[in-house]
Design a protein around this ligand. Structure first.
Ligand SMILES: Cc1ncc(COP(=O)(O)O)c(C=O)c1O
Length: 389
């Protein structure tokens, strides 16, 4: 059976060049990068080279990069790290954090945890495309606000947020600005200075690197508190023996993302637009998210009278991998918080699916997926109580 992977927003394959670069760090250069002997120094050198590559992708300095186990840990470290330093700031309702209603659970759940610890969190509403409303952000700021955390691009509907404007607002009010750029890196040029970003999270497995490794950019001068205690690696902010092969993989993934960005963007945008054009020919089908300000590889649709999970299973039977909700919550049958945040009803939210393309996607796959979708939508509607034409 034909197998078509359209779930690159969940994870990508690992690029062969990246695998090749990682392999020697398992069997040849396996020393602990913190050791003084030559085995350790070899690993340490590779880690520092990766640090340079990651920094260069973000237009940052190498000493502003901390390696972590992925996007979730980077988000936790950034948000809790700043929050714990500000816990004694006493506002009327407690020290204040601003975030948005459509963040990834790595941010939302961290904020909910902090609420239980006495922090006051404002969850900003978004418009029908998923764009944070800047006037509401300005209005939400108080003298107790010490952190704004708003994602660069949404993992479900692909909407890109007005990061430069948010960064400017944060800077004007002297508030630390964190952004989760896990989905944006490699698909959108990032410049932490131009956008006044203080903290930024990335993950390797969305950009053809290995799983279980990521990084946090921490602007020089921005203070955060450690959340994990141990041997004092990464300036004491992230103890634990270095995952040398993983870090080497992340560095190479960032390098490739940067050198291939223009070519990838052109290729993916063209494919994505073809997919959107084809799928929107299906009766009562709609695009979720912003029509233009969206990730180059993201197409997110809703179909009247269809249940997204059934659609997903039928697509899988035809060899097509798609997603509903975010990968971490797709086992839950709750309507996606992102789709309800943009104003969809639970029924509309449940009738939605995400197709995310990658470097290996082809025109042929786009045509196949479009045809199969039409076929399955017709089939499901013929037995759907929600579709009574
Ligand atoms: C926007 C966003 N943030 C954070 C994460 C979590 O990253 P990781 O899987 O590396 O922990 C993801 C993964 O889906 C994501 O899409």
């Amino acid at each position: 059976m034909k197998r078509v992977y359209m779930d690159c927003g969940s994870s990508t394959s690992v690029d062969k060049e990246i695998v090749e670069m990682m392999v020697p760090y398992f069997g040849t250069y396996y020393g602990n990068a913190s050791s003084i002997h030559s085995f350790g120094r070899e690993a340490y050198q590779a880690i520092e080279e990766s640090r340079n590559k990651v920094a260069s992708t973000l237009c940052a300095n190498a000493d502003e990069i901390i390696f972590t186990s992925g996007g979730t840990e980077s988000d936790n470290l950034a948000i809790k790290g700043v929050a714990f330093l500000n816990k004694n700031k006493r506002g009327s309702k407690g020290p204040h954090i601003i975030t948005s209603t459509l963040e990834h659970p790595a941010v939302l759940e961290t904020c909910r945890y902090l609420e239980k610890q006495g922090f006051d969190v404002k969850y900003l509403p978004v418009d029908k495309y998923g764009v944070v409303k800047l006037e509401e952000l300005e209005q939400a700021i108080s003298k107790d606000t010490f952190l704004i955390t708003i994602m660069y691009a949404n993992n479900e509907i692909g909407t890109i947020e007005p990061i430069e404007e948010i960064g400017k607002i944060a800077k004007d009010h002297d508030i630390v600005f964190h952004t989760d750029a896990v989905q944006a890196i490699g698909k959108h040029p990032i410049d932490v200075d131009r956008s006044n970003i203080d903290l930024l999270s990335i993950s390797s497995h969305k950009i053809y690197g290995p799983k279980g490794v990521g990084a946090l950019f921490i602007r020089n001068g921005v203070k955060i508190q450690q959340t994990m205690h141990g041997g004092g690696h990464e300036k004491g902010l992230r103890s634990s023996t270095y995952n040398t092969p993983g870090i080497v993989g992340l560095g190479k993934a960032c390098e490739l993302a940067q050198t291939r960005m223009e070519k990838d963007t052109r290729y993916l945008k063209n494919l994505r637009d073809k997919l959107i054009k084809n799928v929107l020919k299906i009766e009562e089908s709609y695009l979720n998210g912003h029509p233009e300000k969206r990730l180059v590889n993201n197409a997110h649709f809703r179909f009247t009278g269809i249940e997204g999970e059934s659609l997903l299973l039928k697509l899988d039977e035809k060899g097509i991998a798609a997603a509903t909700g975010s990968a971490c919550s797709s086992m839950k049958l709750k309507a996606s918080h992102v789709l309800t945040a943009i104003g969809l009803s639970p029924v509309e939210a449940h009738g939605s699916i995400r197709l995310t393309l990658g470097r290996e996607s082809t025109e042929d796959e786009v045509s196949y997926a479009s045809e199969v979708l039409q076929e399955i939508v017709d089939q499901l509607r013929s037995i759907s109580p929600l579709w009574n034409r």
